[in-house]
Ligand binder design. Sequence first.
Ligand code: NDP
Length: 333
Amino acid sequence: MPQNTFKALVLTQEGKKTVATIQQLALDDLPEGDVLVAVEYSSLNYKDGLAVTGKGKIVRQFPMVPGVDLAGTVLESSAPDYQVGDKVVLTGWSVGERYWGGYTQKARLQSRWLVPLPAGMDTKTAMAIGTAGFTAMLCVMALEEAGILPDGDKPILVTGASGGVGSVAVALLAKLGYTVHAVSGRPETEGYLRELGATGFVSREEMNQPPKPLEAQRWAGAVDTVGSTMLARVLAEIDYGGAVAACGLAGGADLPTTVMPFILRGVKLLGVDSVMCPFARRQQAWARLVQDLPGNALQSISHVASLEEVPQLADDIIAGRVRGRIVVDPNAS
Ligand code: NDP
């Protein structure tokens, strides 16, 4: 590799097709920003799958370096808050969609997007958590703030449980002492989900049945990553005063529900967004992740991939074939 160049995965457009290639870039190719970061790890999330395959219209400009999150070390900084050598983590802010993201060995970024890596966490663990795990934490915090605590007599349901957000949500809730039931479309993942701490397993087929306006009250709360009919059924089955933290739409963006769960059972629907989440809440969520997910808790659910492997894995995540979390190492070959 010529000196001063580095490797990145770059998306370009040929007609209506999105094409992903590995390219050698120079520092001058990078966009403006007040911090240059040596990227140690990024991760593969559902949104990255949409970006890299071109199946979701989420990339706002080409060429684009995708990767909605990254963790690494500051190489250059003109920002007062960051010094050379600082470890940082970034999720959200439309990075990998509107601004160049994490599938690169070097990234120039806006310092206001960064969070200092919390003490007690390394960059690999940060990306085993990544946007998916960070979002799972925001969902758990939303449930806690709605008064859904581990002392309830009914379980918490997690949908899309074998996916990235779902897996970390199951692990987190179980570690916090909640009774967790998991919904998955893949029966073969039951053992995996039980290892993460789920004590009950519900089939996707069962939860995808269109509900009556109200159904039997089965769940104290839920983390929903699927949306559509599944979210409608979850809402109809939530206990009086319960809450659903909704963050995803893997099953569709519609919501065929009625007002009944809200007006007759006081059910709260809590929307969770990790992209524009304010700095103080980001820091709080990362600190909670250090505290509530011990270092090795995600080892069994994550595996490392190179930049070259990303296009195939992007197809896999969109097809629902990925289990748990994929950490992307831009320095691996
Ligand atoms: P994954 O692909 O890893 O997980 C999604 C899971 O949903 C799959 O593993 C599968 O689980 C289930 N699923 C997939 N397709 C369907 C379907 N058609 N019907 C029902 N269930 C389905 O994605 P992530 O965990 O990374 O993301 C999940 C969702 O959350 C996505 O919509 C993503 O865009 C969103 N998200 C939102 C964020 C926010 O800030 N609000 C941040 C991060 C993600 P199983 O096989 O176990 O059923």
